[in-house]
Design a protein around this ligand. Structure first.
Ligand code: CU
Ligand code: CU
Length: 288
């Protein structure tokens, strides 16, 4: 069992080892395979296909398993490394050490929003983008979206998701404005005035690659999703009588039948059911 630390508590030496392991996976081609996998499972509501990673109940178990695979690859490079988490309700500024030269690097610069500082700057030579939404070979960001400002989700906004005792609800997509923890935390169930909430709002606040299917091109993706994973733990602790839904096959006439995963359906690409990912005891723990 290993620990996932809050990123703000990493020592300079730990930051360095994390970055070095990430760069090694990039160098040997492993990293870009992860980016491609995420992009493949970025299927929106209006598509007829199976939605496993996003806009669906398996958002949490899919990303838990995906992070575990990535972390396993990191730990094969350096067994002292794990994925840190970023609590965006407390570390909210582009000036935060998270975005420092020795860690994630800073915001994008110029009209192209090119990340130009830190280990993932294009000029470092170590971070060519090969699986992008555009041809641009460099990582892009636009922290806080200065021309049309957006703020990171607040603790109160996160709490509205945590307070919902129902895991998810029909139609199991991005449109259930009535709620459900999954949709409120993934961040589609937003008031019209805001559009984005919680998890989605963080992707938008970072901008650039983080707003699309190839979001894991930005290494901060892993730190964001480790916190999302921790939030799922918090929700389970707060609502011990609630569990993953749907927990039975959908009715024949249900338009979502075959498009979302019930508790025991095999989850691609692993073929394991959501029920296998409901906890992580014995594998890792979160530093609180
Ligand atoms: Cu994702
Ligand atoms: Cu995400």
């Amino acid at each position: 069992m290993y620990t996932r630390q809050n990123q703000k508590n990493l020592t300079a030496a730990q930051r360095k080892r994390f970055v070095a392991a990430v760069l090694e996976l990039k160098r040997d081609g492993t990293y870009d395979r992860f980016v491609r996998t995420h992009d493949r499972y970025f299927v929106p509501d209006d598509d007829d296909g199976l939605r496993v990673g996003h806009m669906s109940p398996s958002f949490f178990p899919w990303h838990r398993r995906y992070l575990l695979d990535f972390e396993e690859a990191l730990r094969a490079v350096d067994p002292t490394v794990s994925v840190p988490y970023w609590d965006w309700t407390t570390d909210r500024s582009p000036a935060d050490p998270l975005w420092g030269e020795d860690f994630m690097g800073g915001t994008g610069q110029g009209p192209e929003r090119k990340v130009a500082t830190g280990p993932f700057a294009h000029a470092s030579g170590n971070w060519p983008i090969t699986v992008g939404i555009t041809e641009a070979p460099f990582l892009t960001r636009n922290l806080g979206r200065p021309h049309n400002p957006i703020t990171l989700p607040t603790a109160a906004e996160l709490q509205t998701a945590l307070d919902d005792p129902v895991y998810d609800m029909s139609p199991w997509d991005s449109t259930a404005s009535a709620g459900g923890f999954r949709n409120k935390l993934e961040g589609w169930a937003a008031p019209r005035s805001e559009r984005w909430r919680n998890h989605n709002k963080v992707h938008q606040w970072i901008g650039g690659h983080m707003t699309g299917g190839t979001a894991p091109n930005d290494p901060v993706f892993w730190l964001h999703h480790a916190f999302v994973d921790l939030i799922w733990d918090r929700w389970q602790a707060r609502h011990p009588g609630s569990g993953y839904l749907p927990d039975a096959p959908l009715d024949r006439w249900d338009r979502q039948r075959g498009r979302v995963l019930t508790r025991e359906d095999p989850m691609p690409p692993w073929g394991i059911p959501p029920s296998s990912q409901l906890g992580h005891a014995g594998v890792y723990r979160y530093e609180v």
